[in-house]
Write a protein that binds this ligand. Structure first.
Ligand code: 13P
Ligand code: SF4
Length: 342
Protein backbone atom coordinates (compact mmCIF):
# COMPACT_ATOMS: atom_id res chain seq x y z
CA UNK A 1 0.00 0.00 0.00
CA UNK A 2 1.38 3.40 -0.98
CA UNK A 3 2.26 5.94 1.70
CA UNK A 4 -0.61 8.03 2.98
CA UNK A 5 -0.47 11.85 2.94
CA UNK A 6 1.21 12.90 6.21
CA UNK A 7 -1.67 14.50 8.08
CA UNK A 8 -4.24 11.86 7.23
CA UNK A 9 -5.59 9.63 10.02
CA UNK A 10 -5.68 6.00 8.88
CA UNK A 11 -9.26 4.70 8.90
CA UNK A 12 -9.40 1.69 11.20
CA UNK A 13 -10.72 -1.79 10.62
CA UNK A 14 -14.25 -2.48 11.92
CA UNK A 15 -15.59 -6.05 11.97
CA UNK A 16 -18.77 -4.97 10.13
CA UNK A 17 -16.61 -4.24 7.06
CA UNK A 18 -16.15 -7.97 6.51
CA UNK A 19 -19.92 -8.39 5.89
CA UNK A 20 -20.51 -5.02 4.25
CA UNK A 21 -17.76 -5.58 1.68
CA UNK A 22 -17.82 -9.40 1.39
CA UNK A 23 -18.69 -9.33 -2.32
CA UNK A 24 -15.94 -6.79 -3.07
CA UNK A 25 -13.37 -8.77 -1.05
CA UNK A 26 -14.23 -11.85 -3.10
CA UNK A 27 -13.74 -9.91 -6.36
CA UNK A 28 -10.41 -8.50 -5.16
CA UNK A 29 -9.02 -11.80 -3.86
CA UNK A 30 -7.55 -13.02 -7.17
CA UNK A 31 -6.37 -9.52 -8.11
CA UNK A 32 -4.45 -8.14 -5.12
CA UNK A 33 -2.28 -9.80 -2.43
CA UNK A 34 -4.86 -11.14 0.03
CA UNK A 35 -3.12 -9.61 3.06
CA UNK A 36 -3.72 -6.17 1.56
CA UNK A 37 -7.51 -6.52 1.48
CA UNK A 38 -8.03 -5.72 5.22
CA UNK A 39 -5.85 -2.63 4.67
CA UNK A 40 -7.83 -1.46 1.64
CA UNK A 41 -11.36 -1.96 2.99
CA UNK A 42 -11.32 0.78 5.69
CA UNK A 43 -10.11 3.32 3.08
CA UNK A 44 -12.72 2.12 0.59
CA UNK A 45 -15.49 2.48 3.20
CA UNK A 46 -14.25 5.94 4.23
CA UNK A 47 -14.03 7.13 0.60
CA UNK A 48 -17.47 5.82 -0.30
CA UNK A 49 -18.98 7.58 2.72
CA UNK A 50 -17.25 10.88 1.98
CA UNK A 51 -18.15 10.61 -1.71
CA UNK A 52 -21.82 10.36 -0.77
CA UNK A 53 -21.61 13.30 1.63
CA UNK A 54 -19.97 15.42 -1.07
CA UNK A 55 -22.30 14.28 -3.86
CA UNK A 56 -19.19 13.43 -5.88
CA UNK A 57 -18.61 10.97 -8.68
CA UNK A 58 -15.36 9.00 -8.87
CA UNK A 59 -14.12 8.06 -12.33
CA UNK A 60 -11.30 5.53 -12.79
CA UNK A 61 -9.30 4.76 -15.90
CA UNK A 62 -8.86 1.08 -16.83
CA UNK A 63 -5.19 1.29 -15.77
CA UNK A 64 -6.05 2.03 -12.14
CA UNK A 65 -5.30 -0.55 -9.44
CA UNK A 66 -8.07 -3.10 -8.76
CA UNK A 67 -8.88 -1.73 -5.27
CA UNK A 68 -9.64 1.66 -6.86
CA UNK A 69 -11.26 0.30 -10.04
CA UNK A 70 -13.56 -2.11 -8.17
CA UNK A 71 -13.69 -0.47 -4.74
CA UNK A 72 -14.54 3.21 -5.18
CA UNK A 73 -15.13 4.02 -8.87
CA UNK A 74 -18.64 4.94 -10.03
CA UNK A 75 -17.55 5.12 -13.66
CA UNK A 76 -14.71 3.20 -15.32
CA UNK A 77 -13.38 3.29 -18.85
CA UNK A 78 -10.91 4.69 -21.32
CA UNK A 79 -9.82 8.32 -21.34
CA UNK A 80 -12.46 9.55 -23.77
CA UNK A 81 -15.19 7.52 -22.06
CA UNK A 82 -14.37 9.18 -18.74
CA UNK A 83 -14.34 12.69 -20.25
CA UNK A 84 -17.72 12.07 -21.87
CA UNK A 85 -19.13 10.68 -18.62
CA UNK A 86 -17.88 13.79 -16.81
CA UNK A 87 -19.88 15.98 -19.19
CA UNK A 88 -22.99 13.81 -18.92
CA UNK A 89 -23.19 13.07 -15.18
CA UNK A 90 -25.33 15.14 -12.79
CA UNK A 91 -22.61 15.62 -10.17
CA UNK A 92 -20.85 18.98 -9.87
CA UNK A 93 -17.79 17.36 -8.26
CA UNK A 94 -15.75 14.74 -10.10
CA UNK A 95 -12.60 12.95 -8.98
CA UNK A 96 -10.61 11.60 -11.92
CA UNK A 97 -8.45 8.63 -10.93
CA UNK A 98 -6.08 8.70 -13.86
CA UNK A 99 -3.33 10.93 -15.19
CA UNK A 100 -3.31 14.70 -15.63
CA UNK A 101 -4.30 14.87 -19.31
CA UNK A 102 -7.37 12.73 -18.53
CA UNK A 103 -8.50 15.10 -15.77
CA UNK A 104 -7.92 18.01 -18.19
CA UNK A 105 -10.05 16.31 -20.85
CA UNK A 106 -12.86 15.93 -18.29
CA UNK A 107 -12.55 19.64 -17.43
CA UNK A 108 -12.58 20.62 -21.13
CA UNK A 109 -15.86 18.75 -21.67
CA UNK A 110 -17.32 19.78 -18.28
CA UNK A 111 -15.86 23.27 -17.66
CA UNK A 112 -18.50 24.28 -15.11
CA UNK A 113 -17.80 21.31 -12.86
CA UNK A 114 -15.08 20.92 -10.26
CA UNK A 115 -12.66 18.25 -11.49
CA UNK A 116 -10.15 16.93 -8.96
CA UNK A 117 -7.07 14.78 -9.48
CA UNK A 118 -5.62 13.03 -6.40
CA UNK A 119 -1.98 13.63 -7.46
CA UNK A 120 -1.04 16.58 -9.66
CA UNK A 121 2.22 14.86 -10.62
CA UNK A 122 0.44 11.94 -12.29
CA UNK A 123 1.79 12.75 -15.76
CA UNK A 124 2.36 10.84 -18.99
CA UNK A 125 5.54 10.43 -21.06
CA UNK A 126 3.58 11.03 -24.26
CA UNK A 127 1.91 14.23 -23.02
CA UNK A 128 5.23 15.60 -21.79
CA UNK A 129 7.03 14.83 -25.08
CA UNK A 130 5.41 17.75 -26.93
CA UNK A 131 4.91 21.44 -26.14
CA UNK A 132 2.95 24.27 -27.73
CA UNK A 133 6.20 25.65 -29.19
CA UNK A 134 6.94 22.27 -30.78
CA UNK A 135 3.52 22.29 -32.48
CA UNK A 136 4.05 25.84 -33.76
CA UNK A 137 7.50 24.87 -35.12
CA UNK A 138 6.00 21.87 -36.92
CA UNK A 139 3.30 24.05 -38.47
CA UNK A 140 5.96 26.50 -39.67
CA UNK A 141 7.93 23.63 -41.21
CA UNK A 142 4.83 22.10 -42.89
CA UNK A 143 2.63 25.07 -43.82
CA UNK A 144 -1.04 24.23 -44.33
CA UNK A 145 -0.68 20.66 -43.06
CA UNK A 146 -3.37 19.87 -40.44
CA UNK A 147 -2.36 18.69 -36.97
CA UNK A 148 -4.06 15.68 -35.38
CA UNK A 149 -3.11 15.15 -31.73
CA UNK A 150 -3.63 12.00 -29.70
CA UNK A 151 -5.72 12.47 -26.53
CA UNK A 152 -2.49 11.94 -24.53
CA UNK A 153 -1.51 15.63 -24.79
CA UNK A 154 -1.89 18.68 -22.55
CA UNK A 155 -4.90 20.97 -22.91
CA UNK A 156 -2.55 23.64 -24.31
CA UNK A 157 -1.30 21.31 -27.08
CA UNK A 158 -4.88 20.25 -27.82
CA UNK A 159 -5.81 23.91 -28.26
CA UNK A 160 -3.04 24.24 -30.90
CA UNK A 161 -4.32 21.20 -32.83
CA UNK A 162 -6.93 20.91 -35.59
CA UNK A 163 -8.41 17.70 -34.20
CA UNK A 164 -7.92 15.21 -31.40
CA UNK A 165 -8.02 11.44 -31.78
CA UNK A 166 -7.83 8.41 -29.54
CA UNK A 167 -6.24 5.08 -30.38
CA UNK A 168 -9.78 3.92 -31.24
CA UNK A 169 -10.44 6.43 -34.01
CA UNK A 170 -7.01 7.70 -35.16
CA UNK A 171 -7.29 6.49 -38.79
CA UNK A 172 -10.79 7.91 -39.16
CA UNK A 173 -9.83 11.31 -37.75
CA UNK A 174 -6.69 11.52 -39.92
CA UNK A 175 -8.74 10.74 -43.04
CA UNK A 176 -11.48 13.17 -42.05
CA UNK A 177 -8.95 16.03 -42.33
CA UNK A 178 -9.37 15.67 -46.11
CA UNK A 179 -5.67 16.45 -46.69
CA UNK A 180 -2.96 14.45 -48.46
CA UNK A 181 -0.61 14.95 -45.50
CA UNK A 182 -1.25 15.17 -41.72
CA UNK A 183 1.04 15.96 -38.78
CA UNK A 184 0.35 13.26 -36.18
CA UNK A 185 1.32 13.95 -32.53
CA UNK A 186 2.92 12.83 -30.32
CA UNK A 187 3.08 8.99 -30.42
CA UNK A 188 5.50 7.76 -33.09
CA UNK A 189 4.37 4.12 -32.86
CA UNK A 190 0.65 4.90 -33.03
CA UNK A 191 1.49 7.26 -35.90
CA UNK A 192 3.33 4.48 -37.75
CA UNK A 193 0.42 2.14 -37.15
CA UNK A 194 -1.99 4.72 -38.57
CA UNK A 195 0.34 5.29 -41.56
CA UNK A 196 0.19 1.55 -42.33
CA UNK A 197 -3.60 1.81 -42.64
CA UNK A 198 -4.14 4.94 -44.68
CA UNK A 199 -2.97 6.55 -47.92
CA UNK A 200 -2.56 9.89 -46.09
CA UNK A 201 1.11 10.80 -45.63
CA UNK A 202 1.89 11.06 -41.92
CA UNK A 203 4.46 13.44 -40.42
CA UNK A 204 5.58 11.75 -37.18
CA UNK A 205 6.74 13.07 -33.79
CA UNK A 206 9.15 11.15 -31.56
CA UNK A 207 6.97 10.69 -28.44
CA UNK A 208 6.70 7.24 -26.85
CA UNK A 209 4.70 5.71 -24.02
CA UNK A 210 7.28 4.66 -21.44
CA UNK A 211 5.14 1.64 -20.53
CA UNK A 212 4.28 0.25 -23.98
CA UNK A 213 7.64 1.01 -25.62
CA UNK A 214 9.29 -1.56 -23.32
CA UNK A 215 7.55 -4.55 -24.89
CA UNK A 216 9.57 -6.52 -27.44
CA UNK A 217 8.77 -8.82 -30.34
CA UNK A 218 10.69 -11.56 -28.51
CA UNK A 219 8.37 -11.26 -25.48
CA UNK A 220 5.33 -11.50 -27.74
CA UNK A 221 6.68 -14.60 -29.50
CA UNK A 222 7.53 -16.14 -26.12
CA UNK A 223 3.95 -15.67 -24.90
CA UNK A 224 2.61 -17.34 -28.02
CA UNK A 225 5.14 -20.17 -28.34
CA UNK A 226 5.59 -21.09 -24.65
CA UNK A 227 2.05 -20.45 -23.41
CA UNK A 228 -0.03 -20.86 -26.57
CA UNK A 229 -1.60 -17.48 -25.83
CA UNK A 230 -3.43 -15.19 -28.25
CA UNK A 231 -1.75 -11.79 -28.34
CA UNK A 232 -3.63 -8.54 -27.89
CA UNK A 233 -1.53 -5.37 -28.14
CA UNK A 234 -2.08 -1.65 -27.69
CA UNK A 235 -0.98 0.45 -30.71
CA UNK A 236 1.43 2.41 -28.47
CA UNK A 237 3.69 -0.70 -28.63
CA UNK A 238 6.67 -0.81 -31.04
CA UNK A 239 5.94 -2.01 -34.62
CA UNK A 240 7.78 -5.35 -34.04
CA UNK A 241 5.27 -6.16 -31.27
CA UNK A 242 2.24 -5.12 -33.33
CA UNK A 243 3.49 -7.35 -36.16
CA UNK A 244 3.18 -10.39 -33.82
CA UNK A 245 -0.26 -9.53 -32.40
CA UNK A 246 -3.52 -11.34 -33.19
CA UNK A 247 -5.35 -8.11 -32.43
CA UNK A 248 -4.20 -4.51 -32.15
CA UNK A 249 -6.65 -2.14 -30.52
CA UNK A 250 -7.50 0.57 -28.07
CA UNK A 251 -8.29 0.01 -24.40
CA UNK A 252 -12.00 -0.35 -25.16
CA UNK A 253 -11.51 -2.37 -28.35
CA UNK A 254 -9.42 -4.94 -26.43
CA UNK A 255 -12.32 -5.64 -24.06
CA UNK A 256 -14.71 -5.99 -27.01
CA UNK A 257 -12.31 -8.36 -28.78
CA UNK A 258 -12.15 -10.58 -25.67
CA UNK A 259 -15.95 -10.61 -25.43
CA UNK A 260 -16.19 -11.61 -29.09
CA UNK A 261 -13.36 -14.16 -29.34
CA UNK A 262 -13.38 -15.63 -25.81
CA UNK A 263 -9.81 -17.03 -26.16
CA UNK A 264 -8.74 -19.80 -23.75
CA UNK A 265 -5.50 -17.92 -23.04
CA UNK A 266 -4.49 -14.38 -23.81
CA UNK A 267 -1.44 -12.20 -23.27
CA UNK A 268 -2.47 -8.56 -22.88
CA UNK A 269 0.47 -6.57 -24.20
CA UNK A 270 -0.49 -3.39 -22.44
CA UNK A 271 -0.52 -1.82 -19.00
CA UNK A 272 -0.65 -4.45 -16.28
CA UNK A 273 -3.66 -3.26 -14.23
CA UNK A 274 -5.77 -3.34 -17.38
CA UNK A 275 -5.34 -7.14 -17.54
CA UNK A 276 -6.32 -7.40 -13.85
CA UNK A 277 -9.41 -5.28 -14.37
CA UNK A 278 -10.52 -7.30 -17.40
CA UNK A 279 -9.75 -10.62 -15.73
CA UNK A 280 -12.79 -10.48 -13.46
CA UNK A 281 -15.06 -9.89 -16.50
CA UNK A 282 -13.72 -12.94 -18.38
CA UNK A 283 -13.34 -15.77 -15.84
CA UNK A 284 -13.11 -18.40 -18.60
CA UNK A 285 -10.02 -16.80 -20.11
CA UNK A 286 -6.58 -17.30 -18.62
CA UNK A 287 -4.58 -14.07 -18.64
CA UNK A 288 -0.81 -14.27 -19.16
CA UNK A 289 0.21 -10.81 -18.13
CA UNK A 290 3.51 -9.25 -19.01
CA UNK A 291 3.60 -6.84 -16.08
CA UNK A 292 4.42 -3.27 -17.11
CA UNK A 293 2.75 -0.86 -14.71
CA UNK A 294 2.31 2.83 -15.53
CA UNK A 295 4.18 4.67 -12.74
CA UNK A 296 2.00 7.75 -13.28
CA UNK A 297 -1.24 5.85 -12.86
CA UNK A 298 0.22 4.27 -9.73
CA UNK A 299 0.52 7.70 -8.10
CA UNK A 300 -3.22 7.60 -7.48
CA UNK A 301 -3.91 5.68 -4.26
CA UNK A 302 -6.84 5.16 -1.89
CA UNK A 303 -5.31 7.57 0.69
CA UNK A 304 -4.82 10.39 -1.81
CA UNK A 305 -8.32 9.88 -3.26
CA UNK A 306 -9.63 10.28 0.30
CA UNK A 307 -7.48 13.41 0.80
CA UNK A 308 -8.71 14.86 -2.52
CA UNK A 309 -12.33 14.45 -1.46
CA UNK A 310 -11.77 15.70 2.06
CA UNK A 311 -9.77 18.80 1.10
CA UNK A 312 -11.27 19.35 -2.38
CA UNK A 313 -7.84 19.18 -3.98
CA UNK A 314 -6.30 19.27 -6.58
CA UNK A 315 -8.76 21.16 -8.78
CA UNK A 316 -7.93 21.30 -12.49
CA UNK A 317 -7.78 24.90 -13.71
CA UNK A 318 -7.44 25.69 -17.43
CA UNK A 319 -7.59 29.21 -18.95
CA UNK A 320 -10.89 29.86 -20.76
CA UNK A 321 -9.24 30.43 -24.17
CA UNK A 322 -7.34 27.14 -23.88
CA UNK A 323 -10.57 25.33 -22.99
CA UNK A 324 -12.27 26.89 -26.02
CA UNK A 325 -9.43 25.90 -28.39
CA UNK A 326 -9.13 22.37 -27.02
CA UNK A 327 -12.91 21.96 -27.14
CA UNK A 328 -12.95 22.96 -30.81
CA UNK A 329 -10.34 20.27 -31.58
CA UNK A 330 -12.18 17.68 -29.48
CA UNK A 331 -15.50 18.55 -31.16
CA UNK A 332 -13.85 17.96 -34.54
CA UNK A 333 -13.09 14.42 -33.38
CA UNK A 334 -16.56 13.88 -31.92
CA UNK A 335 -18.09 14.98 -35.24
CA UNK A 336 -16.10 12.26 -37.00
CA UNK A 337 -17.69 9.65 -34.75
CA UNK A 338 -16.03 6.89 -32.88
CA UNK A 339 -16.15 3.78 -35.03
CA UNK A 340 -13.24 1.67 -33.83
CA UNK A 341 -10.63 1.31 -36.51
CA UNK A 342 -7.36 0.44 -34.73
P1 13P B 1 -7.05 5.26 -23.64
O1 13P B 1 -7.19 6.56 -24.39
O2 13P B 1 -7.40 4.06 -24.46
O3 13P B 1 -7.78 5.31 -22.36
O4 13P B 1 -5.50 5.03 -23.30
C1 13P B 1 -4.82 6.00 -22.62
C2 13P B 1 -3.44 5.59 -22.33
O5 13P B 1 -2.79 6.25 -21.58
C3 13P B 1 -2.88 4.43 -23.00
O6 13P B 1 -1.59 4.17 -22.53
FE1 SF4 C 1 1.02 7.79 -20.59
FE2 SF4 C 1 1.90 5.37 -21.19
FE3 SF4 C 1 1.06 5.86 -18.73
FE4 SF4 C 1 -0.69 5.74 -20.77
S1 SF4 C 1 0.54 4.07 -19.95
S2 SF4 C 1 -0.63 7.29 -19.15
S3 SF4 C 1 0.53 6.62 -22.43
S4 SF4 C 1 2.83 6.80 -19.73
Amino acid sequence: MTKKPDDLPVPVWRDELADEYAALAERLEPLVPCLEIPLHLPWIAAINQLKQQRGAVIMAHSYQSPEIFHGVADVTGDSLGLARAAAECDAGLIVVCGVHFMAESAKILAPDKTVLIPDLDAGCSLASSITVDDVRALRAKHPGVPVVSYANTSAAVKAESDAICTSANAVQVVEAMGAPKVIFLPDEFLGRHVASRTAVEIVLWHGHCEVHEKFTGQQARHAREQFGAKLVAHPECPPEVLAEADFVGSTTAMGKWLARERPARVAMITECSMADNLRSQFPQTEFIKPCNLCPHMQRVTLPNIYAALRDLKHAIEIPADTIAGARRALDRMLAVGRRETV
